[in-house]
Design a binder for this molecule. Structure first.
Ligand code: SF4
Length: 492
């Protein structure tokens, strides 16, 4: 590449940012670290937006050239069919033991009522996730999926994240494959574990499961993961579940939760695992792929990990998570050696460094530069709020996710943002893009062209934003705790 583009900038190490923006070179782990430390937020925003525009142009070559570039959203409903969970993640305020008074498991009629509400507002997808309930058999899930598909054949079922599959392998009784105690599925020999995983996934797919969400990704780095996700899938299991899904032709998403006890390097180590796995899916010609990556900062309220003290940002002492990561990635410490890790840095994992807006935007922008093989980067307005979510569209994001008819897990940890379709479209359009509803595979369903002021464009039918309130697409939810608040968008 020539150095004549506006993207050139001097860095302490070698990097051809022009080539990376143009898709002619890959960002390495070391370069990602360097950009995190040295690039300005403004530059990261420009570069990642240029990559986002290029990815969008490639995905939608027939999109009308006279319109501003498209940014997408989906209408789905996140249904947590149970809050009973055998895991005890330190960042979770949602889970319950089975004998707690507010533990619940939805029956089919409750489930169908929620899906009908989704269909009534033009929704196309349900996101089904637990709790990892240790007492439900595979037949419960098959019945649930068949019941949904019988009543709502066109609704896409995106369900059961990798930690749930790990639990399924542990607890489901299949005729010819063994069970293990909850949380001990690693005790199965690897070939049996893989065989059982595939048998379960095939049955659920046959019953109606269409794709798998990336929940439980958190942070793959072993020294961090074992402190934050008790009883959940380890990194290898998480990736194995997704690999199996890709082989069976299912599309999946990938996630990352950061801004807690991890070092910054752990974030790019996490991204490297996902990029490598996608390379493999492409090289092996699997019918399924990762279609999106979304990252969000840890929300502390009501969670065990949130009770850890804050790292003093003014401190001259480095953050312990960064120190631990440096020892691990320089090869001086085995991350699987818990005793050695604890001894090397006793303070690691005992203090949190929360992420604010700038850290979120920097991390997301670098993820767009890093993932040259994944179509979509999602903006995390659910945790960061609509305004920062909107800014995310200028830091690599091309998708605003879901209107979020229902969300229980993040809201239990204190987040309270919910938007209706008109507001979501308004956020996209007022950022200078054309909003479009998409399906799970990121095909465009409805492009909201502004030229005619069509009533079919949800934001264009609102004449007075000062009076528009979150009411048009939300019905009362009486089945689960609702910590959300209405949100009003000011008139432009
Ligand atoms: S985050 Fe999910 S897996 Fe972890 S405790 Fe909460 S409900 Fe269970």
């Amino acid at each position: 590449m020539s150095g004549a583009t506006p993207y050139r900038r001097a860095f302490s190490h070698s990097i051809d940012i022009d080539a990376i923006v143009a898709g002619d070179a890959r960002l390495s782990f070391e370069q990602a670290m360097m950009l995190y430390r040295e690039a300005t937020l403004h530059d990261l925003g420009r570069w990642s937006t240029a990559v986002a525009d290029r990815m969008i142009a490639k995905a939608y070559p027939d999109f009308p050239k006279q319109l501003p570039g498209v940014r997408t959203y989906v209408i789905d409903r996140n249904i947590n069919y149970t809050n009973v969970c055998s895991a005890r993640c330190t960042f979770c305020a949602f889970r319950r033991d089975e004998d707690e008074s507010d533990a619940y498991t939805l029956d089919q009629s409750q489930l169908h009522r929620k899906i009908q509400e989704l269909v009534d507002v033009g929704g196309t997808q349900v996101l089904l996730q637990g709790g990892m309930h240790p007492g439900l058999p595979i037949e419960f899930y098959e019945d649930m999926l068949r019941g949904i598909k019988a009543k709502f054949p066109t609704v896409h079922v995106h369900g059961f994240s990798p930690p749930e599959f790990v639990e399924f392998v542990a607890v489901f009784k299949l005729d010819d494959l063994p069970t293990t105690p909850p949380g001990k599925s690693k005790q199965l020999p690897a070939d049996l574990w893989q065989a059982k995983l595939e048998a379960i996934m095939r049955r659920l797919q046959a019953a109606g499961l269409d794709s798998i969400p990336g929940g439980g990704g958190e942070i793959f780095a072993e020294a961090v993961r074992r402190r934050i996700g008790l009883g959940k899938a380890d990194a290898r299991q998480w990736l194995d579940v997704m690999r199996c899904a890709h082989r069976l032709g299912m599309f999946t998403s990938a996630t990352m939760m950061f801004g807690h006890i991890e070092g910054v390097a752990d974030r790019f180590h996490h991204m490297q695992f996902i990029r490598d796995a996608q390379d493999e899916a492409i090289a092996q010609n699997f019918r399924g792929r990762y279609v999106s990556f979304i990252s969000w900062p840890f929300q502390r309220e009501n969670t065990p990990m949130g009770r850890l003290p804050d790292y003093d940002l003014e401190s001259s002492e480095p953050f312990p998570g960064d120190q631990l990561a440096e020892l691990v990635y320089s090869g001086q410490l085995d991350p699987n050696d818990k005793v050695a890790c604890d001894k090397a840095l006793p303070g690691a994992g005992k203090v949190v460094r929360l992420s604010g807006a700038v850290d979120y935007l920097r991390t997301q922008a670098i993820s767009r530069l890093f993932f040259d093989n994944i179509h979509s980067i999602g903006s995390s307005w659910v945790t960061m709020g609509p305004r920062i979510g909107q800014l995310g569209l200028y830091h690599g994001a091309t998708d605003m996710g879901s209107i979020m008819m229902e969300e229980n897990v993040v809201s239990a940890a204190g987040t309270t943002y919910r938007l209706d379709e008109a507001v979501l479209c308004h956020l996209i359009r007022s950022s200078g893009f054309t909003p479009a509803q998409r399906d799970n595979r990121y095909q465009l369903l409805r492009i909201h062209d502004s030229s005619g002021g069509s009533a079919a464009s949800p934001d264009l039918s609102v004449t007075d934003w000062s009076r528009h309130r979150f009411a048009t697409s939300q019905s009362a939810d009486t089945d689960a705790a609702d910590n959300s608040v209405e949100l009003t968008i000011d008139a432009k």
